[in-house]
Ligand binder design. Structure first.
Ligand SMILES: Cc1cc2nc3c(=O)[nH]c(=O)nc-3n(C[C@H](O)[C@H](O)[C@H](O)COP(=O)(O)OP(=O)(O)OC[C@H]3O[C@@H](n4cnc5c(N)ncnc54)[C@H](O)[C@@H]3O)c2cc1C
Ligand code: SF4
Length: 343
């Protein structure tokens, strides 16, 4: 591979073997490779060992029981997007998966790889010679952050689509590691606010599965993504929401946002909107919550404030549409579905 030193590919058959191999210094996990391989080509990582998870037994399985949906981290995004049961009960998840990259990518790209994809920045996702000409940057090989040169913090943005939907559904991740053993934690704890190290996984740890509770009857949910190109592009901002309307007022509201911060956001403060009708005033209050919590920086070619405004507009429109669909739903238990329109 040009611009990269050689590495060995290891193909464990079990998660236990995979996590043991990942403890080797210089080892990296490979799932579908649609994020990792372009980054390797650009010389952004220099692994000695690449642990290919493609042969791990049962890694892509999906089941559903009283506890909810259990999705193996190796499930491909194409499988998530076309799964009938998921599309009916968790339409925002199916829509988010269907909006990732192009059809070819989605046949190999995985749920775990999407959640754990690297953060992105115009000064980072470039060839090695481009970055060398700019004296690299704080995140990789340099001394200065070109986005915020006065600081010592990386502001690269997390731009995975699927996490926003899973946050709106209150998902948990199951993490396995040779040293720590298995644990389950809310998805938002997988992330921290640091563009150079946005995952809280310890060395050798992997996301093994995602657990999503079954939405209550009458829940309406969806994902709205704004991007520069409709065909295939990362989100400028992506918003997912899950809500219920009872007797004309919000009975529940959860919102996930991606593309604007170094980690996907579970919007705080939505409980304050419960009990209110979904009118202009409530939507303005929702917009204010989004505007206060997103922190887009100059890490993309699109102006930071534009991304903030897009996130606000996407959240307001999505919640308005979902509330209308939920109010119109005649049968309790139906989950109104919205298309993954662009804002
Ligand atoms: C042209 C193009 C367009 C794209 N557009 C989008 C887009 O619109 N939206 C979007 O979200 N993404 C997009 N992507 C990025 C990428 O395709 C997706 O994030 C994809 O879901 C990554 O999954 P993967 O299985 O290929 O991950 P990989 O590339 O195999 O892995 C990604 C990272 O996650 C780690 N990893 C993989 N699996 C696990 C696991 N189970 N536990 C812990 N760590 C793990 C790897 O070590 C690596 O660091 C795009 C990529 C390309 C090339
Ligand atoms: S935000 Fe700064 S440190 Fe982070 S990748 Fe961009 S330029 Fe580099």
């Amino acid at each position: 591979m040009p611009g990269h030193r050689d590495f060995d590919v290891l193909r464990p058959a079990t998660l236990a073997d995979a996590t043991a191999l990942l403890l080797r210094p210089g080892a990296m996990a490979l799932a579908g490779g649609t994020d990792l391989l372009p980054n390797l080509r650009r010389g952004l990582h220099e692994p000695r060992w690449v642990v290919d998870l493609g042969s791990v037994a049962g890694f892509g399985d999906v089941t559903c029981d009283a506890d909810g949906w259990h999705l193996g981290a190796g499930m491909t995004l194409a499988a998530v997007a076309r799964h009938g049961g998921l599309g009916t009960e968790l339409p925002g998840l199916a829509e988010a998966a269907a909006s990732v990259a192009g059809p070819g990518h989605r046949t190999v790209a995985t749920l775990g790889g999407n959640l754990c994809q690297d953060t992105r920045c115009v000064y980072y996702n470039q060839s090695a010679w481009w970055r060398a000409a700019n004296r690299f940057c704080l995140k990789h090989g340099g001394q200065t952050c070109h986005v915020a040169p006065q600081g010592r913090h990386c502001h690269a943005a997390y731009e995975g689509d699927v996490a926003a939907a899973l946050l709106a559904y209150g998902a948990e991740v199951e993490i396995v590691g040779s040293v720590s053993g298995p644990r389950r934690s809310p998805l938002h704890r997988l992330y921290r606010d640091d563009g150079a190290a946005h995952l809280t996984l310890a060395a050798g740890e992997l996301v093994a599965a995602v657990h999503v509770p079954r939405p209550q009857r009458g829940t309406a949910s969806g994902y709205r993504k704004a991007r520069s190109r409709l065909a295939m592009d990362f989100p400028l901002a992506g918003v997912a929401a899950a809500l219920r309307v009872e007797a004309g007022v919000l009975a529940a509201l959860a919102v996930g946002v991606t593309g604007t911060n170094s980690h996907p956001l579970q919007l705080a403060g939505t409980d304050e909107l419960v009990g209110r009708p979904v009118d202009d005033e409530t939507l303005r209050a929702l917009g204010k919550l989004v505007a206060r919590q997103v922190t887009p920086m100059r890490s993309t070619v699109t102006a930071a404030n534009h991304r903030r405004l897009v996130a606000v507009a996407a959240a307001e429109r999505l919640v308005r549409e979902l509330a209308a669909a939920a109010s119109a739903a005649p049968v309790p238990g139906s989950a109104p579905r919205l298309a993954a329109n662009d804002a």
